[in-house]
Write a protein that binds this ligand. Sequence first.
Ligand SMILES: O=C(O)COP(=O)(O)O
Ligand SMILES: [Mg+2]
Length: 247
Amino acid sequence: MAEAVRIELPARVCGLALDIDGTLTEKKRLGEFNISLEAVEAVRRAEAAGIPVMLVTGNSVYVVAGVARYIGASGPHVAENGCIVYDNGTIYRVCRDTARRAARLIEEELAGVLKPSWQNPCRLHDYAFIPKLLEPGEALEAVKRVLSSRGINVKVGFSGYAIHLRPVDASKGRGLKLALKLRGLEPDCVVAVGDSVIDLEMKDAGVILAAVGNADEKLKKNADIVLPGESGRSVKALIDAILSNRG
Ligand SMILES: O=C(O)COP(=O)(O)O
Ligand SMILES: [Mg+2]
C-alpha cells in the first residue's frame, strides 16, 4: 500500500486548471495520448464537489472543447497555449499577433525534419510541429536557426509533444487569467497542474502551480508542489487530497 503523501494545499481550493498532454494522459511521451481514466474519474468527483475544472493546453480550441465536453470539465478552457479562451460556445481571442507566417516558413524550409500538426488548419495564433527525423532538441535548434536567419520574432517552445511557434504576446498565464475572470475565481484558491516548461507560464496568473511527478525538471524546480505518481495518476492524487481535506 503506497504511503499517503502529504500535499500542502490552500485551506479551500475553488478551481483546478489542468494541462492535457503529459498531465491528463496516462504517460508523458511524444505520441502517447491515452487519457488517464483515473484522472477523468477524479475530474468528475471534483466537478461534483463544486470545483470547476479548466483545461489549459497547447491544443487547438476544437480539441480542448471536445475533450472538456466528454470528460465533464466545466471550464472555461484555454487553447493554443494561452492565445484563445473558450467558454460555453464563445471563443475569446487573447493574442493580438499570430505566428502563421513563421509557421508557413518552417513548413517550407524544414519539411523533411518536422511534420505540421494535424490541428494547424484550425489554429489562429499558435502553430505546432512534430519532430520527425531529428531529436526534439535538435529540431528546436533548427527552427530557431531558420527563424533568426529571417529575422522573424516568435516564441518557440517544446511541450514534450510538439514544437510550438507562438506570437510574442502568447502565454498560458494570460489565457488562464481571463478564464478565472470569466468565472470570478480568485487565483489564490486555484491549483494548476502541468508537465512541461510551458506550464510555468500559468504561475503568471497567480495560481498555485503543481508539477506532475514526471514533469520537466525545470517545472518541478519552480513549481509550488511536486505531485506523487506520474501524469494522470498525479492528477488523481491531487484531487483525492483536495477532497479529503474537505472532509
Ligand atoms: O499541444 C501540445 O503540444 C501539448 O499540449 P499540452 O499543453 O496540453 O501539454
Ligand atoms: Mg503538457
